[in-house]
Design a protein around this ligand. Structure first.
Ligand SMILES: [Zn+2]
Ligand SMILES: [Zn+2]
Length: 443
């Protein structure tokens, strides 16, 4: 099987290289990956796949049925880029650049889709395989995505929860994807933290900053007090909860001679469990509201669910390690919970899933020095390992996949249960109601 897997991928080596080059040079951020999605869809169609398109947003999937009874396995590749205007290769207008390596995921997917056209592979497998190109993993441009939510185009900030809610993963029993990393070897964390996205608008009263500042209520000072208050509560965050709060000011005032009446902050609250995120977020909101109250300002806090915390399925990760070794590569288990977040966590809430890494990148993830240095590892090698894993899961009547599915524990019984829980993270509106001799606050 080892050589069959390898050779089936290597047949598409040039197409894999070309995909990495094209997508790297044409980076697009989440829910804007129109060119990238079309490039990938054209390749899939040329290979003979029938595609289900996401209609009003980028992305698509296809289902390959072996014709034999068995579970359905979902393999994903992410279409979107990050933004980094300092990266030499970034799009000069948008700053879009694949310095998280998602271009290499797509390139590997070309190899996966190509290899699975080989009947010699498929005839050994049972069950079904769903290949999906998913948009919007990077949780950025929150204002833009909130606009899409307002217009009813999407319901969730992240592409995987969005696809899940649309039913594009209905019928799937197990999922994996492989992300690029700067580690020298194939590797995996134990899991990663989840997050919640915050859009905070401080509302004051504008006045002439020189002539009559006493008539104003300074939204900027309220906001900076709020940021200080968040810093003051950091010591109350427990180590095991891996709380990260990292706000930025996206609007700090209008004119220098006017008291700022509107200041906007974006932030995440990250944590290693839903309870930890909820607890920390309550403290953060208390800090933000308290600072507004102290100056007589108001604050509109819009909280939107981000990504779920996750722990890689242990048995599936073991199968990943075995596939790597079978193909002659090395594997390192990093054994830590990463303080980064991914929406693979959303899928892990309802099915066995893993989010491990392939080598081949260099530099700091999201940084200006990040490149795909070794396509043979990041793109071709990743595809070989993923096909090997898939074959191991679905060969012999899909016995390994069935065993993993039987033994895996999940946090939620169904997608409906999970999405209903996710929706409890939504809240918005002014948090202070001023009455004559008191104020009512809402956290
Ligand atoms: Zn990233
Ligand atoms: Zn990424």
């Amino acid at each position: 099987m080892k050589d069959l897997v390898k050779n089936s991928v290597l047949k598409f080596k040039q197409e894999i290289y070309d995909a990495q080059d094209y997508i790297w040079a044409n980076a697009e951020t989440g829910y804007r990956e129109v060119k990238t999605s079309k490039y990938m869809a054209d390749i899939f169609e040329k290979l003979g796949y029938k595609l289900n398109y996401a209609d009003n947003i980028p992305g698509f999937y296809t289902v390959i049925d072996t014709g034999r009874e068995g579970p359905e396995i979902l393999i994903l590749a992410e279409l979107d880029s990050v933004i980094n205007f300092s990266h030499p290769d970034c799009n000069k207008e948008t700053g879009a650049i694949h310095c998280c390596g998602h271009s290499a995921q797509c390139a590997a997917m070309v190899g996966i889709a190509g290899a699975l056209t080989n009947p010699e592979i498929l005839e050994k497998l049972s069950g079904r395989i769903r290949l999906c190109l998913v948009p919007a993993e990077e949780l950025i441009e929150i204002e833009y995505r909130n606009e899409l939510i307002k217009k009813g185009i999407i319901k969730y900030l992240g592409g995987k929860a969005e696809f899940l809610s649309r039913g594009y993963f209905d019928g799937v029993d197990l999922a994996f994807m492989v992300h690029t990393s700067s580690n020298k070897h194939f590797c995996a964390n134990t899991g990663g933290v989840g997050c919640l996205a915050k859009n905070v608008t401080y509302k004051g009263v504008s006045a002439h900053a020189g002539g009559s500042p006493w008539n104003g209520v300074n939204a900027l000072y309220s906001a900076t007090q709020g940021l200080s208050a968040i810093n003051a509560i950091r010591e109350t965050f427990k180590e095991q909860d891996i709380i990260r709060v990292h706000p930025i000011i996206t609007k700090g005032g209008g004119a220098v001679n006017a008291i700022p009446d509107e200041v906007v902050i974006e932030s995440y609250v990250r944590g290693s469990s839903f309870d930890a995120i909820k607890d920390a977020n309550r403290k953060v909101n208390r800090a933000l509201v308290g600072s507004a109250l102290s100056l007589g300002a108001n604050v509109d806090i819009k909280d939107t669910p981000g990504y779920a915390p996750y722990i890689n399925d242990e048995l599936l990760l073991g199968a990943y390690e075995q596939a790597i070794k079978e193909q002659g590569y090395e594997f390192v288990n990093l054994g830590v919970i990463s303080s980064g977040s991914t929406d693979m966590g959303d899928l892990r809430c309802i099915m066995p899933a893993i989010h491990p890494y392939a080598p081949g990148a260099v530099g700091i993830s999201h940084g200006e020095n990040y490149y795909i240095e070794n396509k043979d590892l990041a793109c071709v090698g990743s595809a070989i390992v993923q096909i090997q894993l898939l074959c191991n899961l679905l060969k012999d009547g899909a016995s390994l996949a069935k065993e993993i599915i039987k033994n895996s524990t999940v946090q939620f019984k169904s997608k409906e249960d999970y999405l209903a829980y996710l929706d409890t993270f939504n809240s918005s509106g002014d948090r202070i109601e001023y009455l004559e001799d008191k104020a009512i606050v809402k956290l």
